[in-house]
Design a binder for this molecule. Sequence first.
Ligand code: SF4
Length: 447
Amino acid sequence: MPEKSKVSENSSRKVYIRTFGCQMNEYDSEVMAALLQESGFELTQDINRADFIVINTCYVREKVKHKVFSFLGELKKIKMQKPHVLLGVGGCLAQKEPHQLIEKAPFVDIIWGTLNLDELPELVKGAREKGFPIVKVKEKGFLPDDFSTIRKKRFSIYVPVIRGCNNFCSYCNVPYVRGREKSRSMDSILKEIEKAVAGGCKEVILLGQNVNSYGKDLPEKIDFATLLSEVNKLPGLCRIRFTTSHPKDLSGGLIVAMAKLKKVCEHLHLPLQAGSNRILKLMRRGYRRETYLELVDKLREYVPDVSLTTDLIVGFPGETEADFQDTLNMVKRVRFDGAFTFIYSSLFGTRAAELENQIPTNVKKERLRQLIQLQQKITQEKNKSYLEKELEVLVEGTSPKNPDELEGRTRHNKMVIFPGDTSLVGELVRVKIMQAGCWALRGEPKS
Ligand code: SF4
């Protein structure tokens, strides 16, 4: 490996940021972009022009870890050719396994975690001065409430309201990589949204690994429904979305708020994970399927046209055919608009990884196939109910498949594709739905 050379002070320093994982990581990358810009870097989308390459990692499943390491393999080649280029790794994998990371990728210059990303400019300075790897991860603690950001999309933004998770579901890494729940002050959240609305933002997506726990740790004990009603009052904002909810914390007050508050969109993502009470117990989810059904029925009573999506895991250790049938029956009973479906993947350090009766891969794959087949049929049927309807769409950009077409989302979080030009990006438009597929609706713009 060629000798590491210090990056000279006066070169125009460009930074390239690659993000793996969830919306919270997307937001953290927008924060890192602002922190680095404030310390003199210029953002570039071209990795070959970068003097500093940042990887914001995810560690929600083993598969993602492999993706991160194969990307690091590519970066090793860049480092060999251009030793002055700094490589930095942050995010959840760095938070959980910093030393394994530097062992496997000794060519990386800086490693930081999810709880100290605010220290990034200092760490870059240190790495440039010292010329050898800096590994700094905080075991515990909290990030400050306020950050500047460089937004990917001006018209639709992510805003974290609570970070961390106290639930410790037995298959999940999040509590180990994001720490304990910490709510931001309401004032800090409202200020961030007001500033974005002044800059042309129309939609805000409130983020948290468990948004429903918002406020429980704050001295003034405000709840998530109260926060929603305050955000709803902000002039100029058109839409409010939020993710992710936990069924055990989904309050009646939140359901009423979804029904009453005009700007809160008619979509809820409510992970069920499994249909069997025995498996829900082993997962430490903290609710039974009967409770979940009561919540769904109440939600549909207050918000009749609500679009409901979920997360489902098949092949959890010990899952019998009967348990799996319970999951299929819940899917038939609830009729979700959509579902993110996963094969259980054992993660080192989680309780479930210690469980016996790990399910053979071929059985897991077959169950996933059956689940996807059932859910796609239901999604298709539900999407058909939008035919001939005129819907409000927030235009997000041109369709990746056809540059003459635009794509955007309805208040029910349905993707809509329709002909139009890029001047409409970021605008709210009306579209009449002419076709209903499984993944997207297609329509004609209405004046
Ligand atoms: S609530 Fe969600 S983030 Fe928290 S431990 Fe459970 S699955 Fe993970």
